[in-house]
Design a protein around this ligand. Structure first.
Ligand SMILES: CC(C)(COP(=O)(O)OP(=O)(O)OC[C@H]1O[C@@H](n2cnc3c(N)ncnc32)[C@H](O)[C@@H]1OP(=O)(O)O)[C@@H](O)C(=O)NCCC(=O)NCCS
Length: 189
């Protein structure tokens, strides 16, 4: 598996693969994925955009992650801004790199691909904090939650409802830069 940095154009060129990996990883319906495709194409043009991809030796996309600098007027940023108290807004949103997507195809999951993608993405990121949201799940058994906790992400909001999505989300954050690399335990199959 090869981990590479992607430019915005690299991601747009592989948009079909990106959407397919996203759909497989999140188990989303086709209509939701079509809407997502449109968002992703606009996300790549946002300031501070950074992306990484994991490619198999044959060049197939096994996973990807991307983020950008959060700013007012962006939907996700505005939802979180509204939900936070002034001090927390100041703390988390002033100079924040948002991890927007981080996914690995199910057959490749559990082999540290996500760990490597997140390490690379946060190393490339500009900003003094980073935030992300992830569906609420059992922190002991969810790969995503285990991953984020190991990277030192702390609770910013819990059981948060984004408009149009019935699932509750955790909004998690940590400071940047990523100094001490997160020490991984053994990969579980
Ligand atoms: C979340 C995700 C990106 C993590 O990538 P990954 O390559 O599977 O994860 P890693 O192998 O780096 O391991 C992450 C954690 O999951 C744990 N894990 C591995 N296999 C597991 C399993 N079968 N059950 C539970 N946890 C497992 C790892 O041990 C590790 O936790 P640890 O650091 O406490 O040991 C990936 O699993 C994924 O795409 N999941 C579906 C989509 C998703 O949830 N994306 C994030 C939404 S914001």
């Amino acid at each position: 598996m090869r981990l590479v940095r992607w430019t915005p154009d690299d991601l747009v060129r592989r948009l079909d693969d990106v959407v397919a990996v996203y759909g497989e990883a999140m188990n989303y319906r086709a209509d939701l994925l079509e809407a997502r495709r449109g968002y992703i194409a606009t996300h790549v043009r946002r300031p501070g955009f950074r992306a990484v991809a994991s490619l198999t030796t044959e060049g197939h996309l096994a996973g990807f992650g991307y983020g950008y600098q959060g700013a007012s007027g962006q939907w996700w940023h505005d939802q979180v801004h509204r939900a936070l108290a002034p001090q927390a807004r100041q703390r988390w949103l002033t100079d924040c790199f948002e991890v927007v997507e981080l996914h690995v195809r199910p057959p490749a999951q559990g082999h540290r691909v996500g760990t490597r993608q997140l390490t690379a993405l946060l190393t490339l990121a500009e900003g003094s904090t980073t935030l992300l949201s992830t569906p609420e799940a059992d922190e002991r058994t969810s790969r995503a939650w285990r991953l984020y906790r190991r990277f030192g992400f702390v609770d910013v909001l819990r059981h948060f409802r984004f408009p149009g999505d019935e699932r509750p989300f955790g909004v998690l954050g940590r400071d940047l830069p990523l100094t001490a690399p997160a020490a991984p335990g053994p990969a579980t199959p």
